[in-house]
Design a protein around this ligand. Structure first.
Ligand code: NAD
Ligand code: UDP
Length: 318
C-alpha cells in the first residue's frame, strides 16, 4: 500500500487511474481544480476510506505527503487548453515546478503525463522518442506543446540537480468513457454528433491521421512505467494503428447506427497532418502493447455516451 498523489484526478484519464490505484489497494490523494474535470468522474470513490479529494490548483504550492506522484493536471483538448493559454502555460511550468518541489521534499517518484504534441507537426513518421519534434513556438497550440516540452526539461533538470526519480510518458490520442462530451476532441465530438443525428464535423479534408488508444490500455502502460525501476523514459504510449479522420467518422457512424452525414469544416491552424507512435520502447522496456481494437473501444465508449445522454434527457446528470 502506497500513498499516491494524482493531480488532475477528476479528469478523464486521472479518474480511471484513481480507479486502478484504489482497486489495487493504494491510498489515493486526488487533486483537481475542476477546470475540465468533473465530480461525476470520481463520485463513486468519494467516501472510500483510501480516497481523498482536494480541490486545489497546482499553480499554487501543495503540501501533502506522498510516495508516488502522477502529474496529470493540465487541460488536454485544444478547445480547453486554448481557452486561457497563459493559464495552460502556468500549469505546465509553475505547476510543474511545484510538483517537482513536492516530489523532492517527499522523496517521491513522479510520473509526468507528457504528450505526442511534443513532436508537433512531425516530419518523421511514425514518431520515435529520439525525434525532437517540429513545434511552432508562437502558434495557437504552443501554450500546450511548449508547456509540455518545458515540463519534460524541468524533470530532466530536477533529476540531474537533485536526483529526483522521474518517469516521462508521452501519451498519444486516448479515448474512452468519461471523456467530456463537450470537450471538442474528435472522438467525443463525433460520437455525440452521431448519437444526436447531427452532421459529423470533419476538419480540413479529413485525411489527417491520428492513432487512438483505449483508456484501459493507456492506464496499464502508465502504471507499468511508474512501477518499474530501470527506465525513466520518455516512453510513447499509444495505439500504433493509424486512421484518417474520415475513416474515424465512418467507423463512428457505423458503430452508432446513425443516419448522420459528414460535414467539412475549416482545418484549425497548425493541426498536425499525421501522428502515429513508434511503441518499440514500450514493448521492450515495459512489455506493453495495446490490447483493445478501435471497434471494441468505440463500442464501450458509445455505450457510455448513450447513458450520459439518457441521464441528461431525464435531468439526472450533474
Ligand atoms: P482532462 O482535461 O479530462 O483532465 C485534466 C484534469 O486536470 C482535469 O480534471 C482538470 O480539471 C485538471 N486540471 C487542469 N489544470 C489544473 C490545475 N492547474 N490544477 C489542478 N488541476 C488541473 O484531460 P485528460 O485527457 O484526462 O488528460 C490528462 C493528462 O494527460 C493531461 O496532462 C494531458 O495533457 C495528458 N494527455 C492526454 C491525452 C489524451 O489523449 N487524453 C493525450 C496526451 C496527453
Ligand atoms: N477534428 C475533426 N473534427 C472535430 C474535432 C477534431 O476533424 O470535430 C480533427 C482535428 O482537426 C484533428 C483530429 O481530429 O486533426 C484530432 O483532434 P483532437 O482535437 O481530438 O486532438 P489533437 O488534434 O490534439 O490530436
Amino acid at each position: 500500500m502506497a500513498a499516491v498523489l494524482v493531480t488532475g484526478g477528476a479528469g478523464f484519464l486521472g479518474s480511471h487511474l484513481c480507479d486502478r490505484l484504489i482497486a489495487r489497494g493504494d491510498d489515493v490523494i486526488c487533486v483537481d481544480n475542476f477546470f475540465t474535470g468533473k465530480k461525476s468522474n470520481i463520485r463513486h470513490l468519494l467516501g472510500h476510506p483510501r480516497f481523498e479529494l482536494i480541490r486545489h490548483d497546482i499553480v499554487y504550492p501543495l503540501y501533502v505527503e506522498a510516495e508516488r506522484i502522477f502529474n496529470l493536471a493540465c487541460p488536454a483538448s485544444p478547445q480547453a487548453y486554448q481557452f486561457n493559454p497563459i493559464k495552460t502555460i502556468k500549469t505546465s511550468t509553475t505547476g510543474m515546478i511545484n510538483m517537482m518541489g513536492l516530489a523532492r521534499r517527499c522523496n517521491a517518484r513522479i510520473l509526468h503525463a507528457s504528450t505526442s504534441e511534443v513532436y508537433g507537426d512531425p516530419e518523421i513518421h511514425p514518431q520515435h522518442e529520439d525525434y525532437w519534434g517540429h513545434v511552432n513556438p508562437i502558434g495557437p497550440r504552443s501554450c500546450y506543446d511548449e508547456g509540455k516540452r518545458i515540463a519534460e526539461s524541468l524533470m530532466m533538470n530536477y533529476r540531474q540537480a537533485h536526483g529526483t526519480e522521474i518517469r516521462i510518458i508521452r501519451i498519444f490520442n486516448t479515448y474512452g468513457p468519461r471523456m467530456a462530451p463537450d470537450d471538442g476532441r474528435v472522438v467525443s465530438n463525433f460520437i455525440m454528433q452521431a448519437l444526436r443525428g447531427e452532421d459529423l464535423t470533419v476538419y480540413g479534408d479529413g485525411l489527417q491521421t491520428r492513432s487512438f488508444c483505449y483508456v484501459d490500455d493507456l492506464i496499464e502502460g502508465m502504471l507499468r512505467l511508474m512501477d518499474q525501476d530501470e527506465q525513466i523514459g520518455p516512453v510513447n504510449i499509444g495505439n500504433p494503428v493509424e486512421y484518417t479522420m474520415l475513416e474515424l467518422a465512418e467507423s463512428v457512424i457505423r458503430a452508432t447506427g446513425s443516419t448522420s452525414r459528414i460535414a467539412f469544416r475549416p482545418l484549425p491552424m497548425d493541426d498536425p497532418r499525421k501522428r502515429c507512435p513508434d511503441i518499440s520502447r514500450a514493448r521492450q522496456w515495459l512489455n506493453w502493447a495495446p490490447q483493445c481494437s478501435l471497434a471494441a473501444g468505440l463500442e464501450r465508449t458509445i455505450a457510455w455516451y448513450r447513458e450520459v445522454l439518457r441521464q441528461t434527457e431525464s435531468g439526472s446528470q450533474s
